[in-house]
Ligand binder design. Structure first.
Ligand code: BTN
Length: 269
């Protein structure tokens, strides 16, 4: 018999040690934030089959139909400075990319800075990290991950047809959704532990293998970004900030971008 979300049994030590599984919620992030505020331990995982108000970055919504994908939120209590919290998002993007890659042809998986996982240039996974800060530190954070797994093109609303995809659309075959979620959780635990023991560089080295934007001309904007910046992607620095060369001729300078949405304009050269 086909396994359901309620059969999820990740081979992990602390990620998903306690699980809160639902058929339908407004947002797994909201539930996880409430639980975290009540004091549940790090590793508590909220999972849902469908979200009625899935939350994306920068106040956007995240399309979350039922029966085909995975929506989950992991409670974290990292012992780090608030300014270093974003590193967990890079670890999560690596975990999604590494779990997806063996299911697809070589080079099919790409990470769009900072944390969208793309297949064929279209988004298959989104990640966010709402947090409650405590001065310069972190009281808790909620790592929200949504992955479009068996979604069919017709399931997406027309406005997403050109920008969204799923593992099924990209691979041409149905994916074991529960198996994927279990593999992802195991990988996520591994990446977070590696980052905490070996440092952010170990995650970034892996993240860079999926980053193909160097040389692309892009625009950075989005809700909450006060100034729109255009430039050519040079790479990312050791903190994960995007480095853009901006301006022309003798007035070229490098801008360091720490937040924003990236729109691809055209490739240079
Ligand atoms: C983005 O791409 O803007 C981030 C999307 C994050 C979506 C996930 S789905 C599980 C969790 N619950 C939410 O409401 N959002 C995150």
């Amino acid at each position: 018999m086909e396994r359901t979300l309620y059969d999820l049994a990740p081979a992990t030590r602390w990620v998903g040690r306690r699980m809160d599984i639902h058929d339908e919620v407004d947002s797994t992030n909201l539930i996880a934030e409430t639980l975290a505020g009540l004091g549940v331990p790090e590793g508590t995982l909220v999972v849902a089959d469908r979200q009625t108000a899935g939350r994306g970055r920068m106040g956007r919504s995240f399309f979350s139909p039922g029966g085909s994908s995975i929506y989950m939120s992991l409670v974290l209590r990292p012992d780090c400075r608030a300014e270093d919290l974003h590193m967990h998002v890079f670890a999560a993007a690596v975990a999604v990319a590494e779990t997806a890659a063996p299911l697809l042809s070589d080079g099919a998986v790409e990470i769009k800075w900072p944390n969208d996982v793309l297949l064929g240039g279209r988004k298959t996974s989104g990640i966010n990290l709402p947090a409650r800060l405590n001065g310069q530190g972190v009281e808790f954070a909620v790592l929200g991950i949504g992955v479009n797994i068996n979604t069919q093109l017709a399931d997406f609303p027309p406005e997403l047809h050109e920008i969204a995809t799923s593992l099924r659309i990209a691979s041409g075959r149905e994916i074991d959704r529960i198996g994927f979620a279990e593999a992802l959780l195991a990988r996520l635990e591994q990446e977070i532990e590696r980052m905490r023991s070996e440092g952010f560089k170990s995650v970034l080295d892996c993240w860079r293998r999926y980053f193909r934007m160097a040389g692309a001309r892009v625009r950075i904007g989005g809700p909450g970004v006060s100034e729109i910046v255009e430039g050519v992607v040079q790479g990312i620095d050791e903190q994960g900030a995007l480095l853009l060369s901006v301006g022309s001729g003798s007035r070229v300078r490098i801008e360091r971008i720490i937040a924003g949405d990236v729109t691809l304009l055209r490739s240079e050269g």
